[in-house]
Design a protein around this ligand. Structure first.
Ligand code: HEC
Length: 184
């Protein structure tokens, strides 16, 4: 067989494999060391709790830097350190089998429904890299001199929002800025 026909046969095999598996599974087929000991439901709840905590920590950091809460340098750095670690852990809480947000899923089990968009699984490597970039940014904020911390935190918040725009289902019911409307 000539070289280019060997290559063509190889490519055909790859393409056939991709068609048989479907695009997201072909990309995300787990290796032997990627098999988990916890369930899809547990991992979904785990990543929601984790993201929720990132959000709560970030609100406190922002209010502190805005002067709404009393300044405490050590506390700020500790919270940023936690956010950083959580952003590293976050993409590691996804299973190869996709479980994006669905209305039916939410009705069936609101405690375990995912807010992730299907694009997480279609484009997992890019999603993971975004999360790791945010992990590094949060670490930079934790290590920044006091007069540069707010700038680093604002850069981090741009990363939060741009990831959510692509990879998270838009939702209103957890929007803390609107919480008063729900209480009325
Ligand atoms: C790399 C992408 C990415 C980055 C960076 C990111 N998020 Fe998220 N976030 C998500 C995804 C995806 C979800 C939905 C997770 C799920 O339910 O499966 C989410 C969910 C959330 C939630 C809702 C939690 C819940 O279920 O109630 C909050 C709040 C949140 N993120 C805040 C933040 C904040 C604040 C930052 C930045 C400090 C941040 N996120 C950074 C992707 C990201």
């Amino acid at each position: 067989m000539r070289v280019h026909s060997i290559l063509a046969a190889g490519l055909a095999a790859v393409l056939t494999g991709a068609v048989l598996l479907g695009p997201s599974q072909a990309q995300n087929a787990p290796a032997a060391d990627q098999l988990a000991l916890t369930s899809q439901k547990e991992t979904t709840l785990g990543r929601r709790l984790l993201m929720n905590s990132i959000g709560a920590n970030n609100d406190i950091i922002h209010d502190t830097l805005d002067g709404v809460l009393p300044m405490d340098d050590l506390e700020l750095r500790g919270r940023l350190q936690s956010i950083s670690a959580m952003l590293y852990a976050f993409p590691n809480l996804f299973r190869a089998e996709a479980n994006p947000y669905t209305e039916e899923g939410e009705k069936a089990d609101p405690g375990h429904v995912s807010l992730s968009d299907t694009r997480v699984w279609e484009d997992f490597e890019a999603f993971k890299q975004l999360s790791y970039a945010a992990y590094i940014k949060a670490q930079e904020a934790a290590d920044a001199p006091p007069d540069q911390m707010l700038a680093r935190v604002e850069e981090l918040e741009v990363m939060c929002e741009s990831c959510h725009e692509t990879y998270r289902k838009p939702f209103e019911y957890f929007d803390f800025d609107r919480v008063e409307e729900f209480i009325k």
